[in-house]
Design a protein around this ligand. Sequence first.
Ligand code: NAD
Ligand code: ZN
Length: 392
Amino acid sequence: MKAVIWQGTNKIGVETVPDPTLLLPTDAIVKISSTAICGSDLHLLDGRIPSMEKGDILGHEFMGEVVEVGRDVKKLKVGDRVVVPFNLACGVCDPCKRGFFSACDNSNPNHRMAEALYGGVSGGGLFGYSHIYGGYAGGQAQYVRVPFADVGPFKIESDLRDEQVLFLTDIFPTGYQAAEQCGIMAGRDVVAVFGAGPVGQFAARSAQMLGAAQVIVIDRVPERLKMAEAAGAMTINYEQEDVLTALREATGGRGPDHVIDAVGMEAHGHGPGALLDELQVKAKISFDRITALRWAIMSCAKGGTVSMPGVYGGLIDKLPMGAAFAKGLIFRMGQTHTHRYLGPLLSRIEAGEIDPSFVITHRATLDQAPELYKTFRDKHDGCIKVVLNPWG
Ligand code: NAD
Ligand code: ZN
């Protein structure tokens, strides 16, 4: 089959590789009909997440048709159309039973590899996301092996198009969880979203669905800000305005009641730039490039929530903890517990509350993936979200 392959830092290729096979009786094989490139894939592209190996198959946002099931799979059958959460979960360990699926104890055999980056605990397994996350082959390919097949894959029985349900795999639940964990008081609270990438777009729309009185989105890329405006958000271009002043002015001086950092450790706008980036990749830690998080903490109203879907690893220094402490802020963060949200968010799509395909700007074949990784990374050509057809 064809697959998108990590060939080294900043090197992506498309290669012909062996088809996946069932390895455990609880596995299924899915023939992929649509797959997307995620902002998280950019951390692999630039070598920020260690333990990628040449030849690894990328991709964790995918859906398709079940073509084979192991003998212990009870809930799926050949022919089912499924979306597959980006994280793997066993469904029976203590974190899974409590709904913390992304922190599953049993889906990541390699979590101890993460000593430097995560203090020895890297959470559950992820598709296509390095060996510290379990070394599972990803879904930017024609087929994928799906372990824990009775737990993750979610059947789509309505006639919604792939593009309307594909993002249930990651960015819609991720944006939604980020907004939900703010505890928005409907009709009153103002929510600021840092980062107008795909995750920020879904966080902004989710905050609106949860009743935010106003949503303010901060970025510097005009097309991304326009997309947020189209949904009714106010926007701030941080290259044109002083973010903290603009946020204070927009909120009668108190600051947004809750803030969402949908940027993560690659935040732009501070630090000596390329050299520092190179050093942090080498040292497998991350420091000082935390502009978005710093703005989030400094702007947030007293008693508010700092919700962080943006990815962090390693050690983060120079956070304004004094301000956070003085304001009594609440911090919520982490990998999304995708499994929780599949049913409820599908219902919202079916009810017409949201059509997630709004975020797609580029459609391409698997062969075009290497070029589109760069277009997406560099935000060229108005690129916000890329969907790949493995059979095109
Ligand atoms: P993206 O790279 O497309 O978007 C990031 C956006 O942040 C860009 O538009 C960029 O211009 C903007 N930005 C950079 N510095 C900024 C700053 N200082 N202030 C405001 N905006 C700034 O990525 P994405 O796909 O939207 O993902 C966003 C983050 O969410 C990434 O870190 C990604 O890894 C993470 N993510 C987390 C989960 C999870 O489970 N928690 C799931 C998916 C993605
Ligand atoms: Zn993703």
